[in-house]
Design a binder for this molecule. Structure first.
Ligand code: SPD
Length: 357
């Protein structure tokens, strides 16, 4: 064999070895093969002490990653580079994922703690029979505001936000459905509207809000409002509860024109490698005391009715975060509007964001 052929074979062997190593490290199997669980959840959305407890109780090593939007989560899952065992999408994305055959049906016999979930949060249209998903947290979208920074001003309507006196005071959650939904609701349209003219009108109305917008951010928005660097935030209700926990001057309202009622559920993506461990983790999180601890930590609203007895009374009776069925009935749940419409929402939201510079 000539030197040239030997060198060529050596290069081929080394490259193949490297490729295998990269693939192996990227997979959820990793070095602790077989006994790992890779979880993909929203940022600031779990008490990490519970992950430690789950690891101690089961011997399963958890690899925990976070995302900040349904769209980012979906892109990562579709790419398939990391094989997630559990993800926590919201309702419209669950509908999309099940229609695209990206989810594994759950084995309810392995989820005895599912009995702890309030019936009100089960069997919803985005996942009939909870075939693919079980409730994790739920909430609304609304306005969190600090009256002490606004001469006592109160908010009841989305349209109050366009007041010129609110220059540079508003933090917006970085979510296409949430912010386009706010624009649509402020014009009296549904937040599931797909009429192109209405969507453009909503984007143009949002652009007029630009002078009042201080930032469009993820979880860091909470700190800006807690520290009184901004007086107003368009946020998910749980973030409002968290902010208000730190600063008692602050209040939260669901605007009178209507808003969004959302549900984040746990699912097992098709690429999962540890389906047994995924069921164990889901059932662990559905335990009443575990759910209570998690809820107190993250401040979002729990669908676990058995958890409520372990939580502070003032938390579970606060109608701003545990709104009555009468209020939630007049709110809209995001529908899966289909690829084309979601792309339009994302594009218009991007154009609005670009107008901020
Ligand atoms: N910081 C955790 C945020 C999770 C909020 N999920 C809300 C999704 C609404 N579509």
């Amino acid at each position: 064999m000539t030197k040239l052929i030997r060198a060529f074979l050596a290069i081929v062997l080394v490259s193949a070895g490297l490729l295998y190593l990269i693939h192996y490290l990227n997979s959820s199997q990793g070095l602790a093969s077989g006994n790992t669980l890779t979880i993909y959840n929203w940022g600031d959305y779990i008490d990490e002490e519970l992950i430690d407890r789950f690891e101690e109780e089961t011997g399963i090593k958890v690899i925990y990653e976070t995302f900040d939007s349904n769209e980012a989560m979906m892109t990562k899952i579709e790419q398939g580079g990391t094989t997630y065992d559990i993800a926590v999408p919201s309702e419209y994305m669950i509908d999309k994922m099940r229609q695209e055959d990206l989810l594994i049906p759950l084995d309810h016999s392995k989820l005895p703690n599912l009995k702890n979930i309030d019936e009100r949060f089960m069997d919803l249209p985005f996942d009939p029979g909870n075939k693919y998903s079980v409730p994790y947290f739920w909430g609304t979208v609304g306005i969190v505001f600090n009256p002490t920074m606004l001469d006592g001003k109160e908010f009841t309507s989305w349209n109050d936000l366009w007041d010129p006196s609110l220059k540079n005071e508003i933090i917006l959650v970085d979510g296409a459905r949430e912010i386009m939904g706010m624009g649509l609701n402020s014009l009296g349209y549904s937040l599931n509207d797909t009429n192109r003219d209405h969507l453009i009108e909503a984007k143009e109305k949002l652009v007029k809000l630009t002078p009042n917008v201080k930032a469009i951010v993820g979880d860091e928005g909470k700190v800006l409002i807690q520290n009184e660097e901004a007086a107003i935030g368009i946020v998910w209700s749980g973030d409002a509860a968290d902010i208000m926990w730190e600063n008692e001057d602050i209040d939260y309202v669901v605007p009178s024109e209507g808003s969004n009622l959302w549900f984040d559920n746990m699912v097992i993506p098709k690429t999962a490698k540890n389906i047994e461990g995924a069921h164990q983790f889901i059932n662990f999180m559905l335990d009443a005391e575990v759910a209570a601890q998690n809820t107190e930590y993250v401040s979002y609203s729990t669908p676990n009715k058995e958890a409520l007895q372990y939580m502070p009374e003032d938390m579970v009776t606060d109608e701003r975060f545990y709104p009555s069925p009468e209020l939630t009935e007049r709110l809209e749940v995001y529908e899966n509007l289909g690829k084309k419409n979601l792309a339009i929402y994302n594009q218009l939201f991007l154009e609005f964001k670009m107008a901020q510079n």
